[in-house]
Design a protein around this ligand. Structure first.
Ligand code: GRG
Length: 294
């Protein structure tokens, strides 16, 4: 498949849908809506929504039915980046190739833009079409748990508390599984749910998401030490500067690369139940994430 064209077309589709879901810039309070849109349309890769749509496709679902979940995932992801960049957290000036939300709108509006992006995600989910196996309560529960105090936020807490400390490989895995892999796993699970996946398909998609989600963060850690800020669109080398718990810091660069390859192989293997090219896009996305440069 032509992955470049596939990614471009999916990104456009997701951007159009996000534009429909978000209040316009001049809607009162205009500063808030401007700030939400500034961060949401800053040029993110749209990985979580694209994975959600690809999982729906693998389970023979309709893209239109997965789009609300895909957009909700991107809103939550963007909120987490806006808050992560705040001076009280990672204190970053640069994200998605431009100044961070708080640098442009101030800390107060950036906090509120993050809050509003998180909240609107649930409003968007409420417009989704449930399927016979997955009621609205299941869809809402899935995304709330992934973004909640025992997953995304738990990972962020553990990450903050690990700064400057020697962490074990076990603790590092806990951080990555929660801070990064949980949302990526839920992205593919939600896509599968909108396609009314059966238990076997959902299990396969979940295992794919876990492998890919962990591999994604190992690669992110590697890129932080091997790439420039210009290519990443965010400040490179921050992990070392902030004494962050990362794979290269704990097991070294070569072993980290081998671990990313091993986890990606596991992700591919999990898809073996799908036939007739159904999971072609998921396979291609896993390879792309392993080879990516930013
Ligand atoms: C504030 C609750 C809260 C959580 C923050 C997202 C996050 C957790 C921290 C940001 C730093 C970091 C390394 C997060 C891990 C996830 C990750 C690699 C995010 C970047 O995702 P990409 O590469 O970004 O998909 P784009 O900009 O392309 O969407």
């Amino acid at each position: 498949m032509n992955l470049k064209a596939y990614l471009r077309s999916r990104q456009k589709e997701i951007d159009r849908a996000l534009d429909r879901y978000l209040p316009k810039v001049n809607t009162k309070p205009a500063t808030l809506h401007k700030a939400m849109r500034y961060s949401l349309f800053a040029g993110g890769k749209r990985l979580r929504p694209i994975l959600c749509l690809a999982a729906a496709e693998a389970c023979r679902g309709k893209i239109a039915n997965a789009l609300p979940l895909a957009c909700a995932l991107e809103c939550i992801h963007t909120y987490s980046l806006v808050h992560d960049d705040l001076p009280s957290m990672d204190n970053d000036d640069f994200r998605r190739g431009r100044p961070t939300c708080h640098k442009v709108f101030g800390d107060g509006i950036a906090v509120l833009a993050g809050d509003a992006l998180l909240t609107i995600a649930f409003e968007i989910v409420s417009t989704a079409k449930p399927t016979p196996r997955y009621a609205m309560s299941i869809l809402l529960g899935e995304i709330a748990v992934a973004a909640g105090s025992q997953r995304l936020i738990a990972g962020q807490v553990a990450d903050l508390e690990a700064e400057g400390k020697n962490v074990s490989r076990h603790q590092l895995r806990y951080i990555h599984e929660n801070k990064t892999a949980a949302m990526l796993t839920s992205s593919v699970r939600l896509g599968a749910m909108t396609a009314n996946a059966d238990a076997k398909e959902l299990r396969a998609i979940t295992n794919f998401g876990r492998g890919l989600g962990l591999a994604f963060q190992v690669i992110d850690d590697i890129l932080d030490v091997t790439q420039t800020s210009e290519i990443l669109g965010k400040s490179a080398g921050k992990d070392i500067a902030a004494k962050k718990a990362t794979y290269p810091a704990v097991i070294g660069l070569n072993k980290s690369r081998a671990e990313a390859r091993r986890l990606t192989r596991n992700a591919h293997d999990a898809l073996s139940i799908f036939g007739n090219g159904e999971a072609e896009a998921l396979h291609a996305l896993a390879n792309y994430l392993l080879e990516r440069e930013y």
